[in-house]
Design a protein around this ligand. Structure first.
Ligand code: ITT
Length: 181
């Protein structure tokens, strides 16, 4: 089976390939990102739209993720992508830097849809906001530290072992294996 990962983000695909024995193909499909506080709802709507809007009947995967900074009421949360594109990661650190409480977490929901079954898998990782460090990963990785290292200082393998996406993908891989696929 081939799983079509609907994303513009090659970093996500690289992380997914470490978990899934099936072939993972990256496809670009510009689905509507609905406005919602619920990452799962956003991801399922995207997966269904991408599936219906493409010709293949291979299942699709959509991943919606965000960084939630505690002292900022969970900002940027579901709007993380928009905030990265508009003001950038450094400015999010600048906001967090003014706060005494630097706690934050990443959350990820992976949605699977095969035309019949829709299923979601989630994961999160706690950490704290720090000044940017590290060259790896993508997005907010340089400003998010977990147990002394930023996610950008970790290899893909190390990041997967502790990350929001790694946890969600591990659940997804178990579910696929249980279904015998
Ligand atoms: P697609 O929607 O095409 O999959 P995207 O990068 O826009 O790509 P999201 O909407 O899920 O994906 O991303 C939300 C934001 O959070 C975006 O700015 C990402 O760079 C960032 N992000 C997601 N996962 C991350 C991770 O593991 N580490 C750091 N930043 C992450």
């Amino acid at each position: 089976m081939t799983i079509r990962f609907v994303t513009s983000n090659a970093g996500k695909v690289e992380e997914a390939r470490e978990y899934l024995t099936d072939e993972v193909e990256q496809i670009n499909y510009d689905y509507t990102e609905i406005q919602s506080d619920d990452l799962g709802e956003i991801a399922v709507a995207g997966a269904k739209e991408a599936y219906e809007g493409t010709d293949s009947d291979e299942p699709v995967l959509v991943d919606d993720a965000g960084l939630f900074v505690e002292a900022l009421g969970g900002f940027p949360g579901p709007y993380s992508s928009y905030v990265e594109d508009t003001v950038g990661v450094e400015r999010v650190w600048k906001l967090a830097e003014r706060e005494e409480n630097r706690r934050a977490y990443f959350r990820c929901v992976v949605a699977y849809y095969d035309g019949e079954t829709a299923e979601t898998f989630d994961g999160s990782v706690p950490g704290r906001m720090v000044a940017p460090r590290g060259e790896g990963g993508f997005g907010y990785d340089p400003i998010f530290e977990h147990e002394g290292q930023t996610l950008a200082e970790m290899s893909t393998e190390q990041k997967n072992a502790i990350s929001h996406r790694g946890r969600a993908l591990a659940k997804f891989a178990d579910w696929l294996a249980e279904r015998g696929e």
